[in-house]
Design a protein around this ligand. Structure first.
Ligand SMILES: NC(=O)c1ccc[n+]([C@@H]2O[C@H](COP(=O)([O-])OP(=O)(O)OC[C@H]3O[C@@H](n4cnc5c(N)ncnc54)[C@H](OP(=O)(O)O)[C@@H]3O)[C@@H](O)[C@H]2O)c1
Length: 273
């Protein structure tokens, strides 16, 4: 079967492409810049932009199943995939759709539910890979990280586990009309994460606690708008229950436990050296 993976060059999509190829599936990978995709040669890389639905039509030919993500801009900030995309996908004859949902409901979710496709929504909590975006440069250059809400524990998930669940829901029956909350195997705070990175690289990392005011000033400097900053403040200080409760879903669906942050650090140790 041909499976279209959107976000294929991104954090989750790259793992999904590799995992589907390793299962012998035909993978079509969407990218706005196929020449820079850097994906395995066995993947068919096609050009398309989710924010320009008509650009997807060539990519949809002959596709049976599709992984859709909500789109993000160059900095990884969330955008909203237009619901028209779902209409085009269903009209192209795609039978099964797995969607990475942010809130579990919204115009895209409604369009998918009304589309007649077999659908599954995946709702992951924070990604372990955020440690790369947020801390890698600081650890390498200064040997320190500064965080607001450093003691707050959440059930962050390994991005490869999101891909593993996506792969099962795309390939196997029994996941239609389901919304799965996906978490890692434990609650862990930023301070505990940094301690594990420090241990792995064999160097101390100074952990600096930021006040809300300091964090807000930093996010403002980085160009985030007030709504996004309010979201960051809430996530870092009083995250919702979904982010602070370990869910058994990864193991139930993949048949193996969700990977810990310690495992993630072993796999990414070089990035912090
Ligand atoms: N980070 C977290 O903790 C977290 C938690 C929950 C949910 N999420 C959500 O997860 C999503 C990000 O997933 P991810 O981290 O796997 O992706 P990502 O690494 O941010 O990027 C995915 C890829 O999608 C492509 N892309 C971006 N905009 C596109 C568009 N308009 N049309 C087609 N392709 C586009 C880009 O590739 P090309 O440049 O090759 O086109 C990019 O490499 C976001 O919606 C985010 O809100 C994140």
């Amino acid at each position: 079967m041909t499976i279209l993976v959107t976000g294929a060059t991104g954090t989750v999509g790259r793992h999904l492409v590799e995992q589907l190829l390793s299962k012998g599936e035909q993978v079509r990978a969407l990218s706005r810049n196929p020449e820079r995709a850097g994906l395995p040669p066995a993947a068919e890389v096609v050009k398309g932009d989710l924010m320009e639905p008509a650009s997807l039509i060539p990519a949809l030919t002959g596709v049976q199943a599709m992984y859709l993500f909500p789109s993000s801009d160059q900095e990884g900030a969330a955008l909203e995939t237009p619901p028209e995309v779902v209409k085009l996908v269903a009209e192209a004859g795609v039978q099964r759709m797995t969607y990475l949902t942010l809130y579990g409901s919204g115009p895209v979710e409604e369009a998918i539910q009304a589309s007649g496709m077999q659908w599954t929504f995946l709702q992951p909590v924070g990604f372990m890979a955020n440690a790369l975006d947020d801390w890698q440069a600081w650890v390498r250059k200064k040997g320190e990280v500064s965080v607001f809400g450093g003691h707050v524990r959440t059930a962050i998930i390994h991005e490869a586990d999101i891909a593993a669940v996506a792969s099962v829901t795309l390939l196997e029956p029994g996941h239609h009309e389901r919304c799965y909350t996906l978490t890692g195997p434990e609650l862990i705070s930023p301070q505990e994460q940094v301690a594990l990175i420090s241990q792995a690289i064999g160097r101390p990392i100074a952990f600096i606690s930021l006040s809300e005011q300091e964090a807000r000033a930093r996010w403002e400097d980085q160009g985030y708008d007030e709504e996004t900053i309010a979201f960051f403040v809430e996530m870092n200080s009083t995250p919702p229950e979904i982010a602070t409760t370990v869910a058994p879903t990864v193991e139930q669906i993949t048949g193996r436990p969700a990977q810990s942050f310690a495992t993630w650090v072993e796999q990414h140790r070089q990035a912090f050296l």
